[in-house]
Design a protein around this ligand. Structure first.
Ligand SMILES: O=P(O)(O)OC[C@H]1O[C@H](O)[C@H](O)[C@@H](O)[C@@H]1O
Length: 285
């Protein structure tokens, strides 16, 4: 599969396997990789960061039809199980299909890659900016004649020094649905710690901070158009059940997802659009 747009000098097309193109970004401000399959940001590291910002599983499958474990999967046009049809794939179609490359542009601050994908009457247009910060903006437009629900997530896997040395700040006081065991509504008090499986949907439309005392850094996760923030770590047992993740890898990442949960789905009127976006920045701690 050859992308049609001309690539700037800082963007190179490589193939993980024949027919599985990956754009590699080698810019003075950052290194990055994006798979056209899933429009999936696999890696991003600004030059100012000493370690990768995104976690990518060493066992990730780079195969058509398989979601990549790590980086930033695009969950679209729904989040998790489909709300009414359990035969449909978890997290929607976008992460298991090739997207069309629309444009790749560079300037002195970074690189912007634009891609498109369509599912029925819903059209997705994605802009990814790789620079000193990373920004993903996913615009969805309803091209049909009927209102359509939209949910989903920018399912960001953040690389960490060690699970015992990180906490999430910025969610205190927020209501959340704890989906581990019996689904229970709770209110966050203080920081989020990781000493067990964590799978929570917070009612939060602003930013969260991943504080990492091992790497002495904070990753700021900003977002817009997202009424829910999902925080996930699979912990020991779930990690063992994920064949594309090493058993011990639950120690190496936390997901902070700019989400639209199914119970807060956005109803897109005919011709209407919605932009879901997230920005990652690395700061000293
Ligand atoms: O294994 P996946 O389909 O990629 O899903 C990975 C995870 O995504 C989200 O974080 C959900 O809240 C979790 O319940 C789910 O386990």
């Amino acid at each position: 599969m050859e992308p049609t747009p001309k690539l700037p000098p800082t963007v190179v097309l490589v193939e993980a396997t024949p027919g599985y193109p990956i754009l590699e970004i080698r810019h003075p401000q950052c290194f990055g990789r994006l798979a056209l399959h899933g429009a999936h940001v696999m890696e991003w590291q600004p030059v100012s960061a000493d370690a990768p910002v995104l976690y990518l599983s060493p066992d990730a499958l780079l195969q058509p039809g398989k979601a990549i474990r790590g980086g930033i999967p695009i969950c679209w046009p729904w989040f998790n199980a489909h709300p009414s049809d359990s035969s449909l794939p978890s997290h929607g179609f976008a992460r298991t299909h090739f997207w069309e490359l629309e444009a790749a542009e560079e300037d002195e601050s970074g690189v912007t890659i634009s891609l498109r994908f369509r599912s029925g009457d819903l059209a997705a247009y994605l802009d990814v900016y790789f620079g000193e910060w990373l920004e993903i903006a996913l615009e969805t437009t309803n091209l049909g004649d009927e209102p359509l629900p939209l949910s989903g997530a920018l399912h960001t896997y953040l690389a960490i020094s060690s699970i015992a040395q990180v906490q999430v700040d910025g969610l205190s006081g927020d209501q959340y649905l704890d989906t581990v065991g019996d689904r229970t509504e709770r209110v966050q008090s203080g920081l989020v710690y990781f000493d067990r499986e964590v799978d929570r949907i917070y009612e939060n439309d602003s930013s969260a901070l991943l504080v990492d005392s091992g790497y002495e850094r904070v990753i700021v996760v900003e977002k817009e158009g997202s009424p829910s923030t999902v925080v996930w770590n699979p912990w020991v047992d779930k990690a063992k059940n994920l064949s594309d993740l090493p058993d011990e890898a639950y120690r190496d990442f936390v997901c902070i997802e700019a989400a639209i949960s199914n119970d807060r789905a956005i109803i897109l009127a005919p011709g209407g659009s919605h932009v879901l976006s997230t920005t990652l920045r690395v700061e000293d701690h």
